[in-house]
Write a protein of this length. Structure first.
Length: 149
């Protein structure tokens, strides 16, 4: 069984890339050079920081979600061979911590500091734990879609 999440898929199956003048744009790898740029942030700030919390807990590949194999990339031992038609409890445990404790710790930390964040969430994670989405809305955070799974 081929793994559709293989980071090195066979090149013969990938179509050749072609420039699309409607959607593509040139890359700027030069920037402002040694002269830099002064963005003139409010209050003379020297840096702007955007906090984005990636929330995917419960949406990882797992037999519990009907997947044929377990998560192989989005966890601490990325690239490990998948478990076919069985649970990878260690992977589930890492994701489970984020849903049960980690996200709540982060939200409390941001609230204590009066900081707004963007919750970059996958739909399935919010379906499984809708209180996370409700709390983000209550606290005035942005909620952005990161796909369904």
């Amino acid at each position: 069984m081929a793994n559709p999440h293989d980071p090195n898929p066979p090149t013969t199956t990938a179509p050749a890339w072609h420039w699309d003048s409607r959607h593509d744009f040139p890359r700027d790898v030069i920037g402002y050079g040694p002269g830099s740029h002064d963005p003139r942030w409010p209050g003379g700030a020297k840096i702007a920081v955007s906090f984005v919390v990636n929330y995917e807990e419960g949406a990882e590949l797992t037999a519990l979600n009907g997947d044929a194999y377990s998560e192989t990339r989005l966890w601490e031992a990325a690239g490990a061979p998948p478990r076919l038609r069985q649970r990878a409890v260690n992977v589930e445990s890492e994701y489970g911590y984020g849903a049960r404790a980690g996200v709540w710790r982060l939200l409390r930390l941001f609230e204590r500091r009066g900081l707004s964040v963007t919750l970059y969430a996958v739909g399935k994670a919010l379906e499984d734990n809708p209180e996370v989405g409700r709390e983000c809305v209550r606290a005035g955070h942005d909620v952005a879609c990161h796909g369904y799974r």
